[in-house]
Write a protein that binds this ligand. Sequence first.
Ligand code: SF4
Ligand code: SF4
Length: 74
Amino acid sequence: MPFKIIASQCTSCSACEPLCPNVAIWEKAGNFVIKPNKCTECIGDFHEPQCVAVCPVENTCVIDTSVPRSQASA
Ligand code: SF4
Ligand code: SF4
């Protein structure tokens, strides 16, 4: 399952965007979002999701349980 950004909590600090190994995070009109079909949960690249690790706001980058992992592709 990919990660998603809780928009109401995101401060648009942009810290997560350059750290994603799959360029899954993008900014649109000041809001940062994760493309679910690009997020691999950082598996194979890092031991922990980089967006979660760097985000200064707790519980803002979270697992999106509505999208199955099988849809994710690097
Ligand atoms: S979990 Fe990893 S691959 Fe997914 S959006 Fe965050 S940094 Fe990118
Ligand atoms: S690091 Fe967190 S607060 Fe900053 S842009 Fe990414 S999701 Fe938003």
